[in-house]
Write a protein of this length. Structure first.
Lengths: 460, 631
């Protein structure tokens, strides 16, 4: 299918060809129901083959049944050029230099006629055109590393991003921002926490929950918060910077290994699990919530270690899981398995033979908890002890996704299970903490009078 | 003004009618519809930023709204609002109940129903919708309604979600309540084909009756709202938003026509003075220090709070800020409105000017300013005050609006005021603010669906009205009956039960009204009961007056009354006995005017018989018995 009839197929395509009316034609469609004047738009690929889409003069789109079209009179051609006004990002020698690395996501995006969905768009000029406030904070340079949706991020992109961060730090930037889709932002934040160590500057991951093609988008404010953090904060860690509340109020800086996306659509979806965030950031200030973070330095002594073995999987345990799940991973050559177990870290007995087989085959098996909050504790019940005997390693309070990327990273460096175990147990960026503070687990229960009172006092 | 006068000035007007649909739930989420409350549990703060249209352009309104930098606060009541309205959850599939009602109305307008509907996002950066856009979709195009001897075109019909209700808008903060947000609404757009203010209201009235004839739209305050588009020859299409009732339309459109006419005259005057878009000149300077000792209260207080005062000199404008635009309204209001909305200087007065010096600054102050800003005899000085950022925006806006006077009527959306005048709301948005909704796929309206809807549609109101006129129904019931829920019942009574049309129409329209006034719950009435009562009438068990009486009896018993074993009409002898009894009674007591006895007897007998006999017959019997007595 050519671009001339973008997205059209079947009857609709035949009709357009028949009347020689490619997309973007300015037309009058004569149909059984009436006549419609407007511009023929491309059609989403997964829409049906029965309708022609036309943008009316009023700006509305409608679909006209191809079978009802008697004639199409063409008057001209008006192709849309969706382009954010590009303006050169101003340079001020007194301001810090920040590098924005793009991987994709909806931080800046435009419409995709192929799918009818939004696809990312990205350049410093475009960003300045849409969020001019950024120029008050820093000198911004951007580089588009990838243009992929969050779910398509994989080791190749993780490694490329880590290497790009290393290059930029060596060049002497004062901070790095990474634009990323939000779905797997916490996976990438975790792996970058391991692949990029001893960073002298802030590495801030940012995205948006409402794409920037909408007036209420959180993209612009998230971008301002993250750029401010990269430029000005003294927190030299890999962080996620996203909305604290759903209101346009402030962002939270979450440690890359303790953060998780907790709601499919809320703006305030990211939460630090089992601990508290590092800081709060607004347009005017950065307020640390704790002091035990790594400080900014003036050197460029970053360590980049991009080792990664892809043969790792997460198994989310469910009642009545059968051994063949584990067996099939072993048979397919997986080298590491992270189990998200129930409660304190349990699976059922029928899995034991498979776990034993895994140990015999040299597969590293680690236990995390699907409750997300809390530690694995395999001594409390016999089942836990049995499993440890089978070689399953309890992974303290490391989040399952974090254990998954860390295990891949560890196996990338060695297949000696003792060595792997050492790497897994050595905290690098707060992925295991010695203690869980009492305010590390706060999920308020709506409906309780005291909670409702709190909500009525502070903007959500 | 006469029809001829409106023709001379080239008056043109069209309507955009917003009508809420009577559904259980909202349009794109499953929250209950139509539950209003001022109580709220939480607040959300948002800002709005302009975005590009699908064709890659920024919308003028969007940019203007962005200039105003408002903090928008939403009040959330968790019983009526979910995370969808808060813009924290993507939309759910469109409410099919609402879509069916809307499609049906499209068919009543004789419109072409769209084969495949596409949901669009219409940008509103004023914050009235938390997403920053309204989800809307055209569902029908090119309809008509008959009016006088012509047809008025119904250009388009769309289904959309309703917006928030504004609580306050002060300075840089605007507060909304969200209960109404997301309710299903249809917007009907007529062609600009009305030629007098009265025509606009009359066409609005036809549309109102048409949608009501479905019985599936909401009624009551705010359930239907009109936007009116008005232009005169040489003027511009102006949209007056939020007209709460049709009866307000004639005065509003008259005032808008007058405003445009006067602005065109103002342009002529400016041109006569040699001021055109090219020669227009204005200067801005800060005058805070010069008037810091002024006794004019609004300014004095402001200066004390450390606020800046700017003076804009409009070259050659002398006297023109006092140019009348609407009833008791002058050109200075056009400027003040802009400063209020765009610079957020919302405390009125927000400007003062040298064309109307009374009650503001002392003339010595004006002189000092004049000298300092180097204003000439023919210039107008406009003062504006506020914090520095806003006052700079304000001064710029004064110049922008004054310059627009050299062109005539700027494109604007204006808001309707109660006194029939209107004020600036925002720049008129264009098609650039439309954007396809990427969250929802297009939806095909199948032939089966259309057929099913068509089968349930009421007869068009104009056909009913024509029938009623032929049947010689009383004038005051023709219109109400045409869109009444009893319209079909009326035809059933007349055609099947052969009831006299006038009686049936009055019983269906006037009687319920009367019973409601008596404090009875007329919602208990239903077709079955009404038919039962008319059957009694047909069987001559009750007379005409009996219809109302039985309806009343039914309601007084809260619907707990059956008419199964209703007695036959009384024998004449029974009536005669009753008459004699009553006559004896009234003759036995002292009645001042003996001639009234007949009337009193009549009343009592009627009351006792509960409408089971025609009044005419009773009257005849009384008359007959009297004559006999006299003999």
């Amino acid at each position: 299918m050519s671009d001339t009839y973008k997205g059209y197929k079947g009857e609709a395509l035949d009709t357009l060809k028949n009347f020689d009316a490619p997309v973007w034609s300015d037309v009058e469609i004569v149909a059984e129901n009436g006549n419609y004047k407007g511009i023929i738009l491309p059609r989403s690929e997964n829409a049906d083959s029965l309708h022609v889409v036309i943008k009316l003069k009023s700006g509305y789109n409608i679909g006209v049944a191809a079978s009802s079209i008697k004639a199409i009179n063409t008057f001209g051609h008006k192709e849309a050029h969706y382009k954010i006004p590009e303006k050169e990002f101003p340079y001020d020698p007194k301001k810090p230099n920040v590098k924005l690395l793009g991987t994709g996501g909806t931080i800046a995006s435009r419409l995709d006629y192929r799918t009818g969905a939004v696809i990312p768009a990205f350049s410093p000029g475009e960003l300045y055109g849409s969020v001019p406030e950024l120029a008050d904070i820093c000198n911004l340079d951007t580089e588009k590393l990838y243009g992929v949706f969050s779910e398509n991020m994989a080791p190749e992109q993780w490694i490329g991003t880590a290497e790009a961060i290393g290059r930029e730090i060596k060049k002497g930037v004062q901070g790095i921002v990474i634009g990323h889709g939000t779905d797997t932002m916490h996976h990438t934040a975790a792996i970058l926490s391991f692949m990029v160590q001893n960073s002298p500057v802030p590495i801030v991951m940012v995205g948006s929950q409402r794409s920037s093609d909408r007036p209420s988008s959180d993209a612009a404010l998230n971008l301002m918060h993250s750029v401010k953090t990269a430029a000005e904060s003294d927190i030299a860690e890999t962080m996620v910077c996203m909305f604290g509340p759903t209101s346009d109020a402030y962002g939270l800086l979450h440690r890359g290994t303790r953060v998780r996306k907790m709601h499919s659509s809320y703006r305030s979806t990211f939460r630090t699990i089992g601990d508290i965030p590092i800081a709060k950031v607004s347009r005017t200030e950065i307020t640390p919530l704790r002091q035990d973070y790594k400080r900014r330095r003036s050197d460029t002594d970053v360590i980049i270690n991009t080792a990664f073995d892809e043969r790792v999987s997460i198994v989310y345990y469910y009642p009545n899981m059968k051994a063949d799940i584990i067996d099939s991973l072993i048979d397919n050559g997986y080298k590491g398995i992270v189990i998200a177990g129930t409660g304190l870290g349990h699976v059922n007995k029928p899995l034991y033979p498979a776990l034993k087989r895994a140990r015999e085959k040299g597969v590293a098996v680690y236990m995390t908890v699907q409750t997300l909050w809390g530690y694995v504790q395999m001594y409390v019940y016999d089942t836990g002890r049995d499993m440890m005997d089978l070689g399953v390693v309890p992974m303290a309070n490391m989040l399952p996704e974090v254990a998954y990327v860390k295990l891949g990273w560890a196996l990338g460096q060695t297949h000696d299970l003792e060595e792997v175990r050492k790497i897994m147990y050595t905290p690098i960026a707060g992925e295991i903490t010695e203690r869980e503070p009492s305010n590390g687990y706060l999920i308020f229960q709506g409906g309780l009078p005291e909670v409702e009172e709190f909500i009525s006092k502070y903007r959500k | 003004m006469t029809e001829k006068d409106y023709e001379t000035i080239g008056f043109k007007s069209g309507l955009e009618i917003h009508q809420q649909l009577l559904t259980k739930k909202k349009l794109f989420c499953r929250c209950p519809a139509g539950e209003y409350s001022t109580h709220y549990h939480a607040e959300i703060l948002r800002h709005m930023r302009p975005t590009l249209s699908e064709l890659g352009e920024y919308d003028g309104t969007a940019l203007m709204e962005f200039k105003t930098r408002k903090e928008i606060i939403y009040r959330i009541n968790r019983d009526t609002v979910c995370t969808y309205e808060m813009d924290d959850t993507p939309p759910f599939q469109i409410n099919d109940e609402a879509l069916d009602i809307a499609l049906g109305i499209g068919m009543l307008y004789n419109s072409a129903v769209v084969d495949e509907i596409h949901i669009a996002r219409k940008q509103y950066l004023d914050g009235s919708i938390p997403t920053g856009f309204q989800r809307t979709s055209i569902i029908a195009l090119d309809g008509q309604i008959p009016y006088k001897d012509k047809k008025i075109n119904i250009i388009q019909l769309s289904i959309e979600e309703d917006s928030c209700r504004e609580v306050s808008d002060i300075g840089h903060q605007r507060v909304y309540k969200t209960d109404r947000l997301g309710m299903p609404l249809i917007e009907t757009v007529t062609g600009p084909e009305m030629r007098t203010p009265i025509e606009v209201a009359e066409v609005g009235e036809i549309c109102r009756r048409l949608v009501r004839s479905t019985g599936k739209v909401r009624t009551g305050i705010g359930a239907a709202r009109e936007d009116v588009n008005v232009s005169v020859e040489g003027g511009t299409r102006i949209e007056i938003k939020g007209v709460p009732k049709l009866s307000a339309i004639p005065l509003l459109t008259y005032n808008e026509a007058m405003r445009q006419w006067n602005l065109l005259k103002l342009k002529e005057e400016l041109n006569n003075r040699g001021i055109t878009t090219d020669t227009f000149a204005a200067e801005t300077s800060e005058v805070t220090k010069i008037i810091n000792k002024s006794f004019y209260e609004p300014l004095r207080g402001a200066v004390l709070r450390g606020i800046k005062v700017y003076c804009v000199v409009l070259k050659g404008f002398k006297g023109l800020l006092h140019w009348q635009t609407q009833t008791d309204t002058y050109f200075s209001r056009e400027i003040s409105d802009r400063v209020r909305v765009i610079a957020c200087l919302s405390t009125i007065p927000n400007i003062i000017h040298s064309d109307s010096k009374g009650d503001t600054l002392a003339s010595s102050d004006w002189l000092k300013i004049k000298k300092s800003v180097n204003a000439g005899e023919n210039d107008t000085m406009v003062l504006v005050w506020g914090n520095e950022e806003d006052v700079i925006t304000g001064a710029k806006e004064i110049i922008i609006r004054a310059k627009e006077a050299t062109v005539g009527v700027p494109s604007e959306t204006r808001q309707a005021f109660r006194d029939g005048t209107n004020g600036f709301e925002r720049i008129l948005p264009g098609p650039e603010r439309m954007y396809p909704d990427t969250d929802l796929p297009p939806k095909c309206i199948t032939k089966e669906r259309k057929d099913a809807i068509r089968a349930t549609l009421p007869k068009p109101i104009w056909e009913r009205e024509a029938l009623y006129r032929k049947l010689k129904l009383p004038k005051d019931v023709i219109l109400p009956l045409s869109y009444s829920k009893y319209a079909d019942l009326f035809e059933q009574l007349v055609n099947d039960l052969k009831i006299e049309p006038v009686l049936a129409s009055v019983a269906l329209i006037q009687f319920p009204k009367r019973l409601k006034k008596e404090g009875l719950d007329i919602s208990l009435l239903n077709n079955e009961v009404i038919i039962e009562i008319f059957k009694l009438y047909k069987q001559k068990k009750i007379g005409k007056s009996g219809v109302l009486i039985q309806l009343r009896n039914y309601l007084e018993k809260n619907g707990g009354l059956t008419f199964n074993n209703f007695p036959d009409s009384p024998e004449l002898s029974e009536i005669d006995n009753l008459i004699c009894q009553e006559t004896e009674f009234f003759e036995s007591i002292k009645i001042k005017i003996p001639e009234n006895i007949k009337k009193l007897v009549m009343c009592e007998v009627m009351d006792k018989l509960q409408g089971r006999m025609e009044g005419k017959i009773i009257e005849e019997r009384i008359e007959g018995l009297r004559k006999e007595a006299v003999k």
